[in-house]
Design a binder for this molecule. Structure first.
Ligand code: NAP
Ligand code: ZN
Length: 366
């Protein structure tokens, strides 16, 4: 057996994690750029906690609260300008995956003034200034991954920057998610679930990464029941956040696989939220495996007997109706087939026809 395992992010999980560990901020820097979306961080208490922690530890800060969903490279450049002008020495991302990913990208852009939206994907390996992450959704796991997924309008898609930007610290307090609306709770939980699935079935999965996957499936047994019953109590919020963190630690080792690669054009061209874009493809992706051994183990941990039972759960949570043509499916499939790194994550041989079948059976059913 051979594996490499690294998870450099310091995780502070629990009630009032930000305020109880406020000295972590002052140990990292003297002036922070806080990166958030437009509204939610100011409503769910996360921004206020961070603001107070910084105030009490004499860390100055400036706020950049213009991150949109699926943030663009243009927004990253704008955030860099604010950070540069104010001489910040670290970045705090508060929010869902969009502000956390933006915070990572902005931290990298601040450190490397020569980088811009036109040359970032051809740049070599780069450093960033330190990043701290405070998640307010339970889904992306971005607080414990090195990835930063950004929209590039030039390439008309979303892409991982291809850099390694692990947050130095992640403060995870589920109370910020208590008022997350049902639809966003579902979309983001399904994102976490697809991370667990794709990481577990990845060609790069290892003994270590499987531990997180299997623990995550155990948590999802409970989380699916609660999601279906629309009973989003604090215990559910805690477990789905833990599952999301498990998924993040796992994909930090394995990466994601076919559904994520196939989901990006569904988000870019059809506006599907990230979690749904992957989730709608998951059942057909699972059915495409010739070797079902690990899938059966996963189903067992979820308390299910077969893929159809999982399909019933996902179908009750996901209602995706998009207009898509066979030509578009053909085009998206070609693009995915050219992404050798994504394909390499799939442990079995995969053809153009396989990808078309997964898209078609998932999206052209009616
Ligand atoms: P998001 O795009 O960050 O946020 C979605 C919506 O939820 C926004 O309207 C946001 O409002 C709102 N929101 C966030 N927290 C809330 C709260 N506590 N209460 C109420 N509303 C809240 O959604 P996400 O699914 O978390 O992130 C998706 C992004 O993450 C995608 O770009 C995806 O590609 C990326 N991603 C990254 C990784 C990684 O490892 N780096 C993994 C998976 C996905 P505001 O805008 O007002 O904040
Ligand atoms: Zn994802």
């Amino acid at each position: 057996m051979e594996f490499r395992y690294s998870m450099p992010t310091e995780i502070y999980f629990g009630e009032d994690a930000v305020l109880k560990n406020k000295e972590v901020f002052s140990a990292i820097g003297k002036k922070a750029l806080i990166v958030t979306g437009r509204r939610s961080a100011k409503i769910n208490g996360s921004y206020e906690d961070v603001r107070q922690a910084l105030y009490e530890t004499n860390v100055e800060f400036v706020l950049f609260d213009e991150v949109e969903e699926n943030p663009s490279l243009e927004t990253i450049e704008k955030g860099r300008e604010v950070g540069k002008k104010n001489n910040v020495d670290f970045v705090i991302g508060i929010g869902g995956g969009s502000p956390m990913d933006a915070a990572k990208a902005i931290a990298l852009f601040i450190k490397n003034p020569e980088v811009n939206k036109d040359n970032i994907f051809s740049a070599g390996k780069l450093d960033s200034i330190p990043v701290v992450a405070v998640p307010t959704t339970s889904g992306t796991g971005s607080e414990v991954t090195q990835y930063s997924v950004i929209t590039t309008h030039k390439d008309r898609t979303k892409k991982n920057l291809g850099q390694t930007i692990f947050p130095k610290a992640a403060f995870i307090d589920v109370k910020y998610t208590y008022d997350l609306p049902y639809n966003i709770t579902v979309n983001t939980a399904i994102d976490a679930f697809t991370h667990l699935v794709e990481g577990y079935l990845s060609a790069d999965s290892t003994f270590m990464s499987d531990i997180y996957g299997e623990k995550g499936f155990e948590l999802f047994k409970y989380c699916f029941e609660k999601l279906v019953a629309k009973d989003l109590n604090p215990e559910f919020r805690r477990k789905v956040m833990l599952a999301s963190v498990m998924g993040g630690i796992q994909i930090a080792q394995t990466g994601t696989s076919l559904p994520h690669g196939m989901g990006y054009p569904l988000t870019y061209f059809k506006g599907l939220p990230h979690g749904l874009a992957n989730g709608v493809l998951t059942i057909e992706y699972l059915k495409s495996f010739k070797d079902q051994t690990k899938i059966n183990r996963m189903l067992h941990l979820l308390g299910l007997s077969n893929i159809e039972e999982l399909a019933v759960i996902l179908n009750s949570l996901i209602d995706v109706k998009i207009d898509i043509t066979e030509e578009e499916i053909n085009e998206y499939s070609k693009v995915l087939l050219s992404d050798k790194r994504k394909l390499r994550k799939h442990p079995e041989e995969v053809t153009h026809e396989d990808i078309v079948r997964i898209y078609s059976n998932s999206l052209l059913r009616n």
